[in-house]
Design a protein around this ligand. Structure first.
Ligand SMILES: [Zn+2]
Length: 228
């Protein structure tokens, strides 16, 4: 049966042959074990493939993806993946990676109904509400990109506060959590400077990251807090 999928299988055969030719024994070595230094938590969006963007080969980055790169404390799927990455693979860096132009974030920003995923995107909607004073004064097209970034910052905080990371830090395991955003228009990753590598860093780093997104100027009344 000839189908569009045959093209993919043919591509795969060519890729496997080229990889083996470039690096003899590549698959044999990889089949023995994986020892990635990095974990990527990203959006399921097809335009944001972790390995290609970062120039990493198979075996170099452990990946978890879902709609709008959300990490919540009741999501056993995400937390189990983080736990495996930290406790068994001993990854040293976990990157939460959002991307501008994220449809999930756009739906949360505009209050669009998309179906079952509305319940999942409620988490992003909550981020929007929490930081509305830093968002509402911005033009709509900018709001969405900024919410993408704020969502990353919030999820970095969630990863850092997870029992998995807290326990790792408590036993002295070196693992840090980072927040990046990917630009669909230029293919570039931007570091949101929210890296955390110990418990004491979580609150100050989180607060400093959020304060890079100013509230609307309102002289005389503004007392900046981290809880808006
Ligand atoms: Zn997305």
């Amino acid at each position: 049966m000839s189908s569009e999928l045959d093209v993919l299988l043919a591509n795969n055969r060519r890729w496997a042959a080229a990889t083996e030719q470039r690096e003899p024994g590549f698959f044999t070595r990889l089949a023995q074990q994986q020892s990635p230094k990095y974990m990527w938590i990203g959006c399921a969006d097809s335009r944001v493939p972790a390995n290609e963007i970062t120039g990493l080969d198979p075996g170099e980055v452990f990946v978890h993806r879902n709609v709008a790169n959300v990490v919540v404390h009741s999501d056993l799927n995400a937390l189990s993946t983080v736990q495996f990455a930290v406790e068994h693979l001993k990854v040293e860096h976990i990157m939460v990676v959002g991307h501008h132009g994220c449809a999930g974030v756009r739906a949360a920003m505009r209050g669009l109904r998309v179906g079952l995923a509305d319940n999942w995107l409620r988490h992003v909607h909550d981020v929007r509400l929490r930081h509305r004073k830093r968002l509402d004064h911005l033009p709509p097209e900018v709001q969405e990109d900024i919410l993408c970034e704020m969502n990353v910052i919030e999820q970095v905080g969630n990863v850092a506060l997870s029992t998995v990371i807290q326990d790792a830090w408590a036993r002295g395991q070196p693992v840090s959590v980072h927040g990046w955003v990917y630009g669909l228009k230029d293919g570039l990753l931007k570091d949101l400077q929210v890296s955390m590598d110990r418990p004491e860093a979580v609150v100050p780093v989180f607060s400093a990251a959020l304060k890079r997104y100013p509230r609307m100027a309102n002289p005389g009344t503004e007392t900046d807090t981290d809880t808006d």
